[in-house]
Design a protein around this ligand. Structure first.
Ligand code: SAM
Length: 280
């Protein structure tokens, strides 16, 4: 199964350990070296499966330094498995520089496919699975995030993001403001785990839920948003945030929300919350 001189890119579970495939287990048990994000984390996974292996950490802060020694081992005919803490390496995880360098060096790179939170969410979201666009994590900086989301408002593809549950409510509210509260969407939380939760609704509904249900702040989450149908986005093609800021400068929040609701057809209470968020 393990081939000499091959870099195996191995997917590991995103929660449920039974999702580790027999092939992944065999490769992890037979390669000369496992390159992993966190040796303790992967060590625990291997222990659970009774696998003994030689581990080396490869994370965003040391990946460049690790590439040389790993390529040397591969050139000498050694075999290496690349894993991340969970799911498929490279997808919002380390590994791309190593894979690229290996390919440039003529080294064989072979996938052992398996769990990936983005694909798992897409497979149950009830939104068109193709074309889809995977966007990784939204920017943590509010302004950059809002600008990037605004730029995606007219994209017809289904859009998929990873998001920390601590920012889930804020990001869903930003999405509702950029794309319009009526846009169909989905949140997959704790997928494959004991407290798995899948929730479909409009962006306004999901933003409301994430802002009020304490469970929505626990675990890990994927956001999936249906593509633009070509109609007006986020308040009739207006920059909704800009309109709200302008109104809120001149009117108390409640009145500003009422005027904006009348002008755009968006829900008043949602616009009210948005005004308060923008004022933060
Ligand atoms: N490479 C991984 C993959 O293939 O899914 C993703 C790694 S990324 C650092 C971690 C993010 O993936 C989390 O913040 C969350 O957005 C998402 N994620 C991972 N596991 C998840 C799960 N069980 N349920 C929902 N989202 C999950």
């Amino acid at each position: 199964m393990t081939e000499p001189g091959t870099l195996h890119v191995v997917a590991t579970p995103i929660g449920n350990l039974d999702d580790l495939s027999p092939r992944a287990r065999e490769v992890l048990g037979t390669v000369d070296r496992i390159a992993c994000e966190d040796t303790r984390h992967t060590g625990r996974l291997l222990q659970r499966f009774g696998v003994r292996a030689s581990l080396i950490s490869v994370h965003e802060h040391n990946e460049e330094q690790r590439i040389g020694p790993l390529l040397e081992l591969l050139r000498e005919g050694g075999s290496v498995a690349l894993v991340s803490d969970a799911g498929t390496p490279l997808l919002s995880d380390p590994g791309f520089p190593l894979v690229r360098a290996a390919l440039r060096d003529g080294i064989r790179v072979s996938p052992i496919p398996g769990p990936c939170a983005a694909v798992a969410a897409l497979s149950v979201a009830g939104l068109p699975p193709e074309p889809f666009r995977f966007l990784g994590f939204p920017s943590r900086r509010k302004r950059a995030r809002r600008e990037k989301l605004q730029a995606l408002a007219n994209v017809p593809d289904t859009l998929v993001w990873y998001e920390s549950v601590h920012r889930l409510a804020a990001t869903l509210a930003d999405l509702a403001a950029a794309f319009g509260g009526d846009r169909p969407a989905f949140v997959g939380r704790e997928l494959t785990k004991r407290h798995e939760q899948t929730r479909a609704g409009t962006l306004a509904e999901l933003a409301d839920w994430a802002g009020s249900d304490p469970d929505a702040r626990r675990g890990e989450a994927v956001i999936v948003v249906g593509g633009s149908d070509g109609g007006p986005q986020g308040g009739g093609g207006l920059d909704l945030d800009r309109l709200l800021r302008a109104l809120a400068k001149r009117l108390p929040p409640g009145e500003a929300a009422a005027v904006a609701a009348e002008a755009t057809g968006e829900k008043r209470n949602q616009l009210y919350r948005r005004i308060l968020q923008l004022a933060e």
